[in-house]
Design a protein around this ligand. Structure first.
Ligand code: CO
Length: 218
């Protein structure tokens, strides 16, 4: 017997309950997936993508990494994005950060944690880009929260500057980018106002979303 038998048992119960509610659910899903959304979120175990937005298997294409970072040389993230946009033809790409993100906090504090320091370097770049604002904040908790928001906005901006999204917009494909932040304390999503369905709108809304964070301040 597996030492994870309790998880396998839970899976049996879950599959049975889904099957009870919708008898052809798995057969239909096995035939094809048709998600309308790509979620790019943090790996944090407290931010389970499908559950938060109450979507079923098959409805959300998901990529997660520590601190929801989008790097232009990350083949993993870019492959997910390209497949989602070009093949699955998702209509929305949502970058979702969360308050109290350990990755963002570690990036700001700069304590050595090992290999991951190199990954979090990208979040430190975000902090450095807005260092005057961040230094104006009163305490570490506020800095983490504002940096979590700024990180979502910058990473959403990165999505919009990939060749994948630019090409999709150029050929007239309907594709909207969104930047959200999730509250661990209340389970609620906040839209950070960078929603964009074209390069021009992204440019304008990126600036407006940053202004929104600066206005929130402490
Ligand atoms: Co996180």
């Amino acid at each position: 017997m597996s030492s994870l038998q309790h998880l396998i048992d839970a899976n049996r119960r879950w599959a049975a309950s889904v099957n009870d509610a919708t008898p052809d659910f798995f057969q239909r899903l096995a035939a094809q997936q048709n998600p309308r959304y790509l979620w790019i979120g943090c790996s944090d175990s407290r931010v389970p993508a499908n559950e938060i937005v109450h979507l079923l298997p098959g409805e959300l294409f998901v990529h997660r990494n520590v601190a929801n970072v989008v790097v232009h040389t990350d083949l993993n993230c870019l492959s997910v994005l390209q497949f989602a946009v070009d093949v699955l033809r998702v209509e929305h790409v949502i970058v979702v950060g969360h308050y109290g993100c350990g990755g963002v906090r570690a990036a700001w504090q700069g304590k050595p944690l090992g290999l991951i320091d190199n990954w979090l370097r990208h979040v430190q770049d975000v902090a450095e880009q807005h260092i005057a604002f961040i230094r104006s904040l009163p305490d570490e908790a506020t800095i983490t929260d504002r940096l979590c928001e700024l990180n979502v906005i910058e990473q959403t901006h990165h999505v919009g500057r990939t060749t994948i999204v630019r090409d999709a917009w150029r050929r007239g494909q309907s594709l909207t980018l969104h930047g959200w932040i999730y509250g661990l304390r209340d389970g609620l999503i906040k839209d950070l106002g960078i929603e964009s369905d074209s390069g021009d709108r992204l440019k304008a809304n990126y600036a407006a979303a940053l202004e929104g964070v600066f206005r929130t301040g402490a």
